[in-house]
Design a protein around this ligand. Structure first.
Ligand SMILES: O=C1O[C@H]([C@@H](O)CO)C(O)=C1O
Length: 575
């Protein structure tokens, strides 16, 4: 009897211990990562040419934010620029429950004024490779950008193996200021930003300084800012490279001389692996590739980026793939790779089509959608200025952020007429300059029923120049979408919808629209808030290339006062 009681006691103690142990071991506590950022202008020489760059704690690119799935990130951002507002967007982070911290000036917040501080706080709910960057004016081009790396929970691994993990951030670089660019784009006569002067890899490039510029100190080839990016690898080891682009304009082809890359991740989703010699990458896209250091280890190899999609006039961006123990700055004696033909759209399209969901990680899209929105991308004139339009409306951001207006039922702060769900599909000739060149500059929003499924068809067309159509990387805030398909020419709903990939489409937040083609996406409007969908070419967005979606605004909690203070909310921060 006593023995049985003792046994029971021991059993119960063991049980309690086991429960206690498993609660402690299996429940990994989510952490909060605090960052304090001082955003200011600093003289930098990223490509040896002196420029006032917008830096975070003196750095451009800014510091990488590391976190683990489920963690909270807090960034206390103080704007110490003298004369310029700022806002920072957390690109790829969906902001469930915190739509006010998406960081989009005019859409989800009032920009942070000089001298002011804002605490951004959000949960990184999913592992993957993400970004942050300015979302005010054209400040990405001034250097405000960086990585967010979210690791998987402990004990969970990716469907690929590697020994080391590295980040590579690509950028195009202009010597002029963002003011010169923005003023040119809104002047008569219109002045286009043109092609960049340099291509940077992890913030480093090399401009060919003229003697005069060297003599005046404007260009300094010995400045340590512009020593080349060198990635040291150990022979035989396998590397995961997280490659992302935050170019202001350029689509790029990325290559490591003599090495194949296996693409395994895109915008946080695992990809059915495929091998490529060069990776096409547009602004706003992130990838992980696996590279094996399995070549001749007695030498180094070039890492290159080349402009594609637009006729290039920028020299190849150069870095060094350094085999240990060779000297890490020893240039290869071979010629740097020049990349594929800039206008080889077919090979870009083929690579885009090859990006499918990994077979073990397919999230099937809903088989049908509740609404189809067709967005015709055109270049037009508005009051004599070149603008980009969607269904003839060019987006102008309101003084009062949409999110604030909608939560407070303001009806006089933005255009209340719903924008059109399509264009004149039958009669519009996508191969010619628009007959009616003029468009309207306005700020209406698409109201989407909460938790419904929406298809977006991006339809490309001719610009205002003869026989020209451009590539546009489209980025959606607050969601991932399934990429259902790409096609040439005008989208035909009865024919083309039958070709959709509903079996294993990749989910991403950024997707290219190719010249004279269409791209079809599907998303669930399951994130309460107001979300921007726009071309990630900074000047194109500045020229109106975006639309705004609202869904479930009644489910959005109380907005923090810290995002207000502009437009009609001026009185709302000070009683
Ligand atoms: O938006 C743009 O404007 C110019 C050109 O179309 C007009 O100068 C260009 O190349 C763009 O991409």
């Amino acid at each position: 009897m006593v023995e049985t009681q003792q046994c029971r006691k021991i059993f119960i103690s063991l049980l309690v211990f086991c429960i206690f142990y498993s609660i402690n071991v299996l429940t990994v506590e989510a952490k909060t990562h605090y960052h304090v950022w001082d955003v200011k202008y600093t003289y930098k020489f990223p490509d040896c040419y002196k420029k006032l760059a917008i830096t975070i704690n003196g750095e451009s690119p800014g510091p990488t934010i590391y976190a683990q799935q489920g963690d909270t990130v807090v960034v206390r951002l103080t704007n110490t620029m003298l004369t310029e507002n700022v806002a920072v967007h957390w690109h790829g982070i969906r902001q469930y429950g915190t739509p006010w911290h998406d960081g989009t000036d005019g859409v989800t917040q009032c920009a942070i004024m000089p001298g002011e501080t804002l605490d951004y706080k959000f949960v990184v709910d999913r592992a993957g490779t993400y970004l942050y960057h300015a979302h005010y004016g054209m400040q990405i081009s001034a250097g405000l950008y960086g990585f967010i790396i979210v690791k998987l929970p402990d004990g969970v691994s990716e469907p690929f193996a590697y020994d080391h993990d590295h980040t590579i951030l690509l950028k195009d670089w202009y010597h002029g200021s963002t003011y010169e660019e923005a003023v040119g784009l809104s002047s008569i006569p219109f002045k286009w930003v043109g092609e960049p002067q340099s291509l940077l890899i992890n913030g480093r490039g090399r401009f060919n300084c003229s003697a005069a510029d060297t003599a005046s100190g404007v260009c300094n080839a010995t400045n340590s800012d512009c020593s080349p990016y060198s990635l040291t690898v150990v022979p035989g080891k396998t590397y995961r490279l997280r490659i992302a682009s935050l170019t202001s304009l350029s689509a790029l082809s990325f290559e490591i001389e003599g090495h194949n890359m296996t693409v395994v991740e895109a915008d946080g989703s695992f990809v059915e692996p495929f091998v490529t010699k060069n990776l096409y990458i547009n602004s706003g896209e992130t990838y992980s590739v696996i590279v094996k250091a399995d070549q001749d280890s007695k030498r180094n190899y070039w890492i290159t980026t080349n402009v594609v999609g637009r006729k290039p006039s920028t020299p190849t961006g150069l870095g060094i793939f350094n085999y240990y123990p060779n000297y890490h700055y020893k240039y290869p004696t071979t010629e740097p790779t020049t990349g594929p033909f800039w206008n080889d759209t077919a090979s870009k399209l083929a690579q885009s089509r090859a990006i499918k969901a990994h077979h073990d990680y397919v999230t099937a899209p809903p088989p049908t959608s509740d609404r189809v929105i067709v967005l015709l991308n055109t270049q037009n004139l508005v009051n004599g200025i070149y603008r980009w339009s969607l269904n003839n409306i060019s987006l102008s951001l309101p003084l009062t952020p949409f999110l604030v207006s909608l939560k407070h039922n303001f009806t006089d702060t933005f255009d209340q007429n719903p924008p059109p769900d399509t264009y004149d599909v039958e009669n519009y000739d996508i191969y010619s300059i628009a007959e009616n060149k003029n468009a309207t500059s306005s700020n209406p929003i698409y109201s989407i029923d909460f938790n419904t499924t929406v298809d977006i068809i991006l339809q490309n067309a001719n610009t205002m120049s003869n026989a020209t159509s451009e590539t546009h990387p489209w980025h959606l805030h607050g969601h991932d979408f399934w990429i259902l398909g790409y096609g040439d020419g005008k989208f035909n709903i009865t024919k083309d919808a039958k070709s959709y990939n509903l079996a294993n489409p990749i989910m991403r937040n950024t997707v290219p629209l190719y010249p004279y083609g269409w791209t079809a996406l599907r998303f669930r409007a399951d994130n309460p808030g107001v979300w921007l969908f726009h071309c990630h070419i900074e000047s194109h967005f500045y020229m109106g290339m975006g639309v705004v979606f609202e869904a479930g605004i009644d489910k959005v909690g109380t907005l923090p006062k810290s995002i207000m203070g502009c437009g009609k909310t001026k009185h709302m921060i000070n009683p």
